[in-house]
Design a protein around this ligand. Structure first.
Ligand code: F6P
Length: 319
């Protein structure tokens, strides 16, 4: 393989730039030409493609977002869209593609692989919802952003003796909520993987108030429902002054943590290795600190599992 392409797709995640850098540098190290495809699959269909040099990825390892930009393309899901993409791949002589993104992006990679263009997926999403890897690129940075925000919320919550419901991202996964809840000592953590027991959330708040607690933090994963609705219900049931904070897209921005930079560098380089070995339709990951790769169809047909031991621990520590 002599010419490969790299794109970022779906929701951006801190560390994607470090992954792009690793792909470009590792390809050049192996004397391959590497092309940056801008705006995800949309840019691929439109031929928004430029050759990358060593310097194209200088000074980006520390930057959030993605220098290749990203998009969620509906058009690429159609047969015509995929044919347009293949036409561009042929035009540039690109023989293999590295797709950095989440499961929606991997669905596209699987389609192209089936049509004869070997693709390798690199899990990049703050949601940590990809099976076959312990961590996705961006999760650690988003987690630390949430922790930082909740530390601040805690200050004002104490001053006013209030209850806070903090809604965090994660789509249908509760990892961000669970890890942030454990790291922040939240009173309750609500995740889509576990049915909500409203009565026990309320009872815990009341017990805390009786013990003289000055504030309470409830972390709600967006996949459970609206933070505002939940806040209303809590205020009605407990009669405690309650405020709601939706952290929103600040969770997706910012300079990647050391962990995410290292993870992205390792996964990006591993993806290049797989293309060089002639592999196709694989998704790279990290399990027990070892680099691994799995069949893309397997990844797309399995669901990510949350660590229920951590969930139980968080309940034990927040009695
Ligand atoms: O997948 C990343 C993510 O930030 C999810 O946590 C969230 O549900 C979604 O993307 C938001 O998407 P958008 O940026 O398109 O509003």
């Amino acid at each position: 393989m002599k010419k490969i392409g790299v794109l970022t797709s779906g929701g951006d995640a801190p560390g994607m730039n470090a992954a792009v850098r690793a792909v470009v540098r590792k390809s050049i190290f192996h004397d391959m030409e590497v092309f940056g495809i801008y705006n995800g699959y949309q840019g691929l269909m439109e031929g928004n493609i430029k050759k990358m040099e060593l310097g194209s990825v200088g000074d980006i390892i520390q930057r959030g977002g993605t220098i290749l930009y990203s998009a969620r393309s509906e058009e690429f899901k159609t047969e015509e869209g995929q044919q347009a993409a293949i036409k561009q791949l042929k035009k540039f002589g690109i023989e293999g593609l590295i797709v950095i993104g989440g499961d929606g992006s991997f669905r596209g990679a699987e389609k192209l692989t089936k049509k004869g263009y070997p693709c390798i997926g690199v899990p990049g999403t703050i949601d940590n919802d990809i099976p076959g890897t312990d961590f996705t690129i961006g999760f650690d940075t988003a987690l630390n952003t949430i922790i930082d925000a909740i530390d601040k919320i805690r200050d004002t919550a104490t001053s006013h003796e209030r209850t806070y419901v903090v809604e965090v991202m994660g789509r249908n996964a509760g990892d961000l909520a669970l890890w942030a809840g454990l790291a922040d000592g939240a009173e309750s953590i609500l995740i889509p993987e576990k049915p909500d027991d409203f009565k026990s959330v309320v009872d815990k708040l009341v017990r805390g108030q009786e013990r003289g607690k000055k504030h309470s933090i409830i972390i709600l994963a967006e996949g459970v429902g609206s933070g505002f609705d939940y806040g209303h219900r809590i205020e009605e049931a407990t009669k405690m002054e309650t405020r709601v904070t939706i952290l929103g897209h600040i969770q997706r921005g910012g300079s990647p943590t050391g962990f995410d930079r290292v993870l992205a560098s390792r996964l990006g380089a591993k993806a290049v290795d797989l293309l060089l070995e002639g592999k196709a339709g694989r998704v790279v990951g990290i399990q027990k600190n070892e680099l691994v790769d799995h069949d893309i169809v397997e990844i797309l047909t399995h669901s990510h599992e949350i660590n229920m031991d951590m969930y139980r621990l968080s309940n034990e520590l927040s009695i």
